[in-house]
Ligand binder design. Structure first.
Ligand code: C2E
Ligand code: MG
Ligand code: MG
Ligand code: MG
Length: 278
């Protein structure tokens, strides 16, 4: 019996590994053509500015979507890591920046004078000199003023802290672009990084928001994070707000920006509204 189980398990694992390898291969092959075949699009999720009185939609986070003719809809959580390994994130990231800046410029031209667009930049894009060139060219070709652009980076980037990285982040800030630390609180040394690098904003990871307001540990952590960030001169964004209770609670804590399915899901630009739903 034991032997039989053992063999089954062995068989199961190899099958699973085989499936993973096959999936990876299919992803890599499909991704190579995806940009030319126009299989990517951007969706935009509203970022609500928590001003006294009436909160308002002030901007959006641009999020990539991929519809593959072979694999169907594939989540960025799955395919972005592949593009980071293969280096494809460089041309894809450039495309994201161009599209996002163009959309923001359209909003500015439509009268949204204070709008900002927030774009995720992967750690791999910081290797070499491509990023500064790509940022400059996306801004120039769209005609978007840099103060409308916000870059989101995760702590993963900062683990490989180096003078070059600090220099690049400083140059981005000097260009007038804003910098957010994404998924704050999930990494190894978030606080240390905040001190070292020129961030303007931190985004509290949605794992801390999920259990608000009832879970007292989450409540304490979020309250303290907001207070600390404000004292350091940073603004705070809460991501993953799904309920009215979370929304009202975070508004009460003076969290500067609010983001989540409760106020708006990511949608294509033609469905995006600057009217606040709830
Ligand atoms: P992220 O930057 O932390 O983006 C927020 C993710 O949370 C998005 O998932 C968004 O749809 C989701 N989200 C927002 N509000 C809620 C909510 O209330 N509840 C729940 N359950 N989820 C919510 P998405 O679009 O699947 O993106 C996942 C991750 O993929 C992003 O996490 C980001 O790290 C990466 N990503 C997405 N687009 C890009 C891109 O253009 N470039 C790069 N480098 N990475 C990207
Ligand atoms: Mg993000
Ligand atoms: Mg995030
Ligand atoms: Mg997150």
């Amino acid at each position: 019996k034991a032997k039989h189980d053992g063999r089954n398990r062995f068989h199961y694992y190899t099958q699973e590994m085989n499936d993973i390898a096959t999936r990876k291969l299919a992803l890599d092959n499909s991704l190579r053509e995806a940009l030319q075949n126009r299989e990517f699009n951007l969706v935009f999720q509203p970022l609500i500015c928590n001003v006294k009185g009436q909160p308002k939609v002030q901007g959006a986070e641009a999020l990539i979507r991929w519809t593959s003719p072979v694999l169907g809809q594939v989540s960025p959580v799955e395919f972005i890591p592949h593009t980071e390994q293969s280096g494809l994130i460089i041309p894809i990231g450039r495309w994201v920046l161009e599209q996002a800046c163009q959309q923001a410029k359209r909003w500015v031209d439509d009268g949204q004078e204070d709008v900002f667009i927030s774009v995720n930049v992967s750690p791999r894009q910081f290797k070499g000199n491509d990023l500064l060139r790509d940022l400059t060219s996306a801004l120039e070709s769209s005609g978007l003023h840099p103060h409308h652009l916000n870059i989101e980076v995760t702590e993963g980037l900062l683990i490989e802290a180096s003078p070059e990285l600090n220099n690049t982040l400083q140059l981005i800030t000097d260009m007038g672009i804003n910098l957010s630390m994404d998924d704050f609180g999930t990494g190894y040394s978030s606080l240390n990084y905040l001190k070292k690098f020129p961030f303007n904003n931190l985004k509290i990871d949605r794992s801390f928001i999920k259990e608000l307001p009832d879970n007292s540990d989450s409540a304490i952590l979020v309250t303290a994070t907001i207070a600390m960030a404000h004292q350091l001169g940073l603004s705070v964004t809460a991501e993953g707000i799904e309920t009215a209770e979370q929304y009202n609670y975070l508004r009460g804590l003076r969290c500067d920006r609010l983001q989540g399915f409760y106020m708006g899901k990511p949608v294509p630009a033609n469905e995006f509204s600057f009217e606040l739903a709830p």
